[in-house]
Write a protein that binds this ligand. Structure first.
Ligand SMILES: [Zn+2]
Length: 556
């Protein structure tokens, strides 16, 4: 394992709140990974921030008749609060409207400009004469030339994930006026990606063939095989970071040029606050950089940003980009504009105290290898049959029996029987099994291994029946309870990456030391004489009525 980890999660656009698709695709897996590495004692920096430039924001501002600044301030707060509530443990959450970010992004651009990394190209671009506005990115909508999706944007098709130029669109329409655009000449700086083709092919396809996810490699290979073309990194817009070189008046950096640099700016801001150096997190070869993103961001994180980092020379490249596929909601694609979503800030109101339940359901059903579906019925089943009936039930049984028989004081175990030894052997192996899965970004399998321990604990208690033995063989009960307690104590650490709020509650209830992945490998975790706090329930049942309310909201 590396000495140090820089973990980034895709910067959310501050043009609206975030929903379960964002959480499932990016933030929960990134957080599980960051928490796991911290529990292993690694030096981890986990950064993210609000992406506050781009056309989506100016369009929203225009529609609501307010300034872009009002839009970003409003949603920055909503998004940041949602992340806090769900326990997404960023070390720093920045904003791309900050001064440090503007300076950092401009310094990247200037350095690359001075090194001759760009080409300037004058071309005819789509132009809305009525609005006196060039139409880039989301200002223009048309049919995707690759998949025929009728609502592709000028920079990207969200249906097939293709990266597009506005002029590629079939039958383009201005998103501002609805008019068919005309063409007008303009000059921009382009990153000639074709120059990086050999480097990218060697770096990704040859070196990371085995460790990158097949869906990511597949997309990258198909771009490389299509042949990379120069890509404009500036825009004729007013909202964004001004182009810092001669001829850049009235132009701003393309949002996808500046957004990933936001990870670097966030690191700088974090370092300044903590009186430390930001450079090792981006420039030391012993640092492992991992980008968590959704599949629609693969081109930016696997092709464009690495080309930028490579041009800057001092920077490390990502070790992995474990992009997820998409989560659907009740069989339909999640959509902000069509309001087909479960919004996090609304979930928090409807299901207070159930942040971990959503984290768990989204992990157990994560779209890791293919698009997956979130349904409210599945949410209820996973809560009631897994978290309540397996995890919660096991912990509650152990805690209640411990207080009933021993006033919460751990008894001395006696002679271990074969069945006890089997449980302890499986328990001792679990930290490594789960760790291996987490290190391969297989979060759903890891979460199921964790739950499997609770299932084993439940079965053990059901088979050994301490409630029957207590009258006839109290010595045996001491051994059973001591063994079951080891499982419960192990779960307090092994569940922590997935269910941080629950793990903290369980640790407090069991009076355990701070969670530590390495020490959980050494049994026993809890010994004779240790005092437990009074039990309280970790999870409770979700009734049909609550689920029906959610289904009615969606008009199912
Ligand atoms: Zn498409």
């Amino acid at each position: 394992m590396s000495k140090r980890y820089t973990i980034t999660a895709a910067l959310p656009y501050t043009n609206g709140p975030i929903h379960i698709g964002h959480l499932a695709g990016v933030y929960v897996p990134a957080d599980i990974y960051a928490r796991y590495l911290r529990l292993c004692g690694k030096e981890v920096l986990f950064v993210c921030g609000s992406d506050e430039h781009g056309v989506a924001i100016s369009m929203k501002a225009k529609k609501e008749g307010v300034s872009p600044k009002e839009i970003i301030d409003k949603y920055h707060k909503i998004i940041r609060d949602s992340f806090d509530s769900f326990g997404i443990s960023f070390d720093y959450y920045g904003r791309t409207s900050s001064d440090i970010h503007r300076e950092t992004a401009q310094a990247f651009f200037r350095t690359m400009h001075d090194k001759g990394c760009f080409e300037t190209i004058t071309s005819e671009q789509l132009y809305d004469a009525k609005e006196d506005q060039f139409l880039a990115d989301r200002y223009v909508i048309g049919t995707c030339p690759k998949c025929n999706h009728p609502e592709a944007y000028g920079d990207q098709c969200e249906s097939c994930g293709s990266s597009l130029n506005a002029t590629d669109l079939i039958e383009p329409k201005s998103a501002l006026s609805g008019e068919t655009p005309s063409l007008k000449s303009t000059t921009h700086w382009y990153l000639p990606l074709d120059r990086y083709e050999t480097f990218l092919r060697e770096w990704i396809v040859e070196r990371h063939q085995k460790d990158w996810k097949p869906n990511v490699l597949g997309q990258v290979k198909s771009w490389l095989d299509d042949g990379l073309k120069p890509r404009a990194v500036t825009r004729d817009l007013s909202w964004g970071i001004p182009v810092p070189v001669e001829g850049g008046d009235q132009k701003v950096l393309y949002v996808w040029f500046d957004a990933p640099i936001g990870y670097v700016s966030a690191t700088k801001e974090w370092a300044a606050l903590n009186n430390t150096d930001w450079k090792p997190f981006w420039q030391d070869k012993d640092t492992q950089l991992v980008h968590f993103i959704g599949k629609d961001n693969i081109v930016f994180h696997c092709i464009i940003f690495p080309a930028v980092l490579q041009s800057m020379e001092d920077y490390i490249l990502p070790e992995n980009v474990p992009a997820n596929e998409f989560l659907n909601l009740e069989g339909r694609k999640l959509s902000t504009s069509k309001n087909w979503a479960v919004w996090l800030h609304e979930y928090l109101v409807d299901f207070p105290g159930k942040e971990d339940v959503l984290r768990y359901v989204l992990t157990a059903n994560a779209p890791e290898t293919k698009d997956n579906d979130f349904t409210w019925n599945d949410f209820q089943t996973r809560n009631n049959s897994e978290l309540v009936a397996i995890f919660g039930n096991f912990i509650n049984r152990v805690m209640v029996l411990m207080h009933k028989y021993y006033d919460g004081i751990v008894p001395q175990a006696n002679q271990l029987e074969e069945v006890d030894k089997e449980v302890l052997v499986k328990l001792a192996a679990a930290p490594e099994t789960i760790a291996n899965l987490l290190e391969q970004y297989k979060f759903r399998a890891a979460s199921q291994e964790m739950l499997q321990l609770a299932r084993m604990g439940n079965k053990y208690l059901a088979d050994e029946e301490p409630w029957k033995q207590i009258k006839i063989n109290p010595e045996r009960v001491a051994t059973i309870m001591s063994t079951a307690l080891q499982v419960a104590a192990s779960l307090a650490t092994l569940s922590a990456p997935f269910l941080p709020h629950t793990a903290a509650k369980l640790s407090a209830m069991m009076q355990l030391p701070p969670a530590d992945w390495n020490s959980v490998k050494e049994l026993p975790l809890i010994i004779h004489g240790h005092k437990l706090e009074k039990p309280s329930l970790l999870f409770d049942k979700i009734e049909d009525e609550s689920i029906q309310l959610q289904q009615e909201k969606l008009e199912l």
